[in-house]
Design a protein around this ligand. Structure first.
Ligand code: FES
Length: 366
């Protein structure tokens, strides 16, 4: 029996399911619209061509998954490519995104082509009935499953079946490969060192974080004067040259690591600091990145001087060295020593004394 004979047999078989399933090959069961057979129903060559197309898509999907793994290993994370509108973006991200996207797309496209061109082209009406299944329903469901398996050609189209199984088997690989980044440190990189290095150093002016700082130069940025910040106020801030660093050095993490908050309280309310005289007239500066798993924080309770992380409710006391008073964070918020420059703008007096950001990196090093 040829594939086409088989499809006709499947259509005829569907006719025999009486009151529950009424199938009409000659015309639509909904409206009297003549049924138009597909070219793959009448032309064996077209059917074979469609089979090859579908198998080709599944095979191509496998090739893209392999390309994903190769790109993940081979492309240096520091390589950038220019893409109009987006600007400079990591080459690795572009290739990984494209190959994974193509692999997923090809599986979907292959499945759609298979259904559209090769599976039986019949219209089926099923009458609604009670939701509970009795024995005969279960038997009917099992029979339907068997018939569906037969009609879909899963058993018959060996090359499609094998290529689909291959594509589905390789499909999870990209997810497993990128999960590796969660526990393997990139060679030659030390996370503690990376998190300890920020643009902050003696004399770097503090500017308000007013959105996109890309392209801002020290000359065009406006600093913050102590009198700009009232007692009880909070300002999110960045180093003055953050735009230049991001633009010229492709240091996309610089902004996240350098983000700070400035909070002003009465000097007499400060009970302790991480260093002698690290405030300026009651203005204290802390990293904005939670030491638990790195959420940005700016929820400040003026009366208690508590800083609350919205992610898992870690709470830090900014009047007491940024110590943890509640929640899962295991480390205090790093404090930045600040003062003013000759023009009266707030500046850093030194780099952070400890790594910013999540502290789980340090666990197996202490
Ligand atoms: S990230 Fe802040 S408490 Fe979890």
């Amino acid at each position: 029996m040829t594939d086409i004979d088989h499809k006709h047999a499947a259509n005829d078989d569907a006719h025999e399911h009486g009151s529950e399933v009424a199938t009409k090959v000659g015309h639509s069961p909904v409206a009297d619209i003549p049924h138009k057979p597909r070219v793959t129903d009448t032309d064996p060559k077209a059917a074979r061509r469609a089979e090859r197309q579908v198998a080709g898509m599944f095979t191509l999907s496998m090739i893209f998954v392999i390309a994903f793994v190769v790109a993940y290993v081979a492309i240096d994370k520091g390589t950038y490519v220019y893409i109009p509108v987006l600007g400079d973006v990591g080459a690795s991200n572009v290739v990984l995104g494209f190959t994974f996207g193509a692999a997923v797309f090809l599986i979907g496209a292959g499945a759609i082509q298979w259904a559209k061109k090769l599976m039986p082209d019949v219209e089926v009406v099923q009458q609604r009935h009670d939701m509970t299944s009795d024995k005969s329903d279960e038997e009917a469901a099992a029979a339907n499953y068997e018939r569906g398996k037969e009609e879909s050609g899963f058993a018959r189209y060996k090359i499609i079946r094998r290529s689909l199984l291959g594509a589905m088997a390789l499909f999870p690989i990209p997810i497993i490969v990128v999960l590796r980044d969660l526990w393997i440190t990139p060679p030659g990189e030390n996370p503690v060192e990376i998190l300890s290095t920020t643009p902050w150093e003696d004399g770097v002016m503090i500017i308000p974080d007013v959105g996109d700082q890309t392209g801002l130069s020290p000359e065009t940025s406006r600093g913050i004067r102590p009198e700009d910040l009232p007692v009880g106020g909070l300002v999110s801030a960045l180093p003055v040259d953050i735009g230049v660093i991001q633009e010229e050095e492709h240091n996309l993490n610089a902004r996240g690591k350098a983000a700070i908050i400035l909070v002003r309280m009465e000097p007499s309310e400060i009970r302790s600091q991480q260093g002698e005289g690290w405030d300026y007239n009651g203005i204290v500066a802390f990293s904005k990145i939670c030491t638990h798993v790195g959420c940005p924080i700016a929820l400040y309770e003026q009366r208690t001087h508590h800083l609350l992380c919205p992610c898992h409710q870690s709470t830090f006391d900014l009047a007491d060295s940024g110590d943890v008073v509640f929640g899962p964070a295991a480390r205090r918020m790093p404090q930045l020593p600040i003062g003013v420059n000759a023009e009266g703008y707030l500046v850093a007096k030194a780099p952070f004394a400890e790594p910013v950001g999540p502290s789980f990196w340090e666990r197996d090093r202490t």
